[in-house]
Design a protein around this ligand. Sequence first.
Ligand SMILES: [Zn+2]
Length: 419
Amino acid sequence: MENRKKRTHHLILASHTNLKFKETLPIEWGAKDPLQRGPVVASMTDNKARNAIGAHSGSYTVYRAMSIASGKFPPLHRPDLNNTQSPVPLGPYAQWNDPTKIVSLDPWGLDPGIHFKPLFDKGYDIRPTIAVTQAHLQIPEISQAISQGRLKSDGKVVLANGDVKVTKVAIEPVWYLPGMAARLGVDEGDLRRILFQETGGMYPEFVTRRDLKVWLPPIGSTTVYIFGNPLDLSDSKVTLTCRVHDECNGSDVFGSDICTCRPYLMYGIEDAARTAQNGGVGLIAYYRKEGRALGEVTKFLVYNARKRQVGGDTAATYFHRTECVAGTEDARFQEFMPDILHFFGIRKIHNLHSMSNMKYDAIVKSGIEVENRISIPDNLIPKDAMVEMEAKKAAGYFSKDGAKTAAGLKKVRGRQIDE
Ligand SMILES: [Zn+2]
């Protein structure tokens, strides 16, 4: 492939013609050998080699476009992947070779420079969609757990200064459309048509290029924090404490007290670290699915509607107000959440920190055994978050102490506007 200096200004609309180029590599999803599976090629430096719909970096594609348009970003830049590889040799695991177990990420997107070296040598621009690194966490709640004696520094997982050592993994979405459709139990053609329509026609290839089966959606990525040895995750005999957490920026980062997201997340981190200290392993998966994947604007509108309604913000009407504003009470589709767990070769979770039945059901249905379910301790629930907590219990979320009656739910009240 020639090394051009400028990207062409000539536009190729995928709907013009059948654009099968001889440089395009086939993808055989689930094939055992990475070279037989084939790399996902979605970079823009050589249009003729692309074998996927969409572009790298999820939602950041748009920022890249702005940067290129402003002249600050060289459009034909290729990443220098020297020394970027994972510090731990993750995989391959049996789940990587099952085309039905993982459909929303590309396991071979980790260190493609190693797995697809012969193709790199031929000049293909293959980019990682997964990256692994190591870090120290400094968290006020963890310092508190140490000072209150719930967690001790051991010099390995928790250091003398209170730092928690972790391995962290960033995973961009790579969707295999036939597998996504099968998981949802819908026709692939219907899924492609609705994706085309609901993105305002952003990707004509959904309908014109049925031969392209992989899409890199412009959505947020997932980050995984691992406590202890990441290679132990695939050993079902090693105790695994796990929390699958959906982003809630208001609580997770800013400490807003209307929900239990940060306290539950911190409790999960504390327990994950403790499990690693006791010879097990901990995993926190952080999914960018803000406001039950309805987004923060919808979420804030719902907060106002809850606070202003006749009778005040009560647990009895919690889900109803979300559905009135958003059209559904939840758009998260936990069906694809376990793919991340399968990427690490997980077969058994000993302690699952989640009260959500949708998450539990999705994990178990995907073939992962769950031994214990851990709900958030009552003393960690902020007062204003009792509305959410009691409503969730009444809707069937897992809890050891059961749900309140209809009359009881009406009595669980949150703050009004301006309070
Ligand atoms: Zn929250």
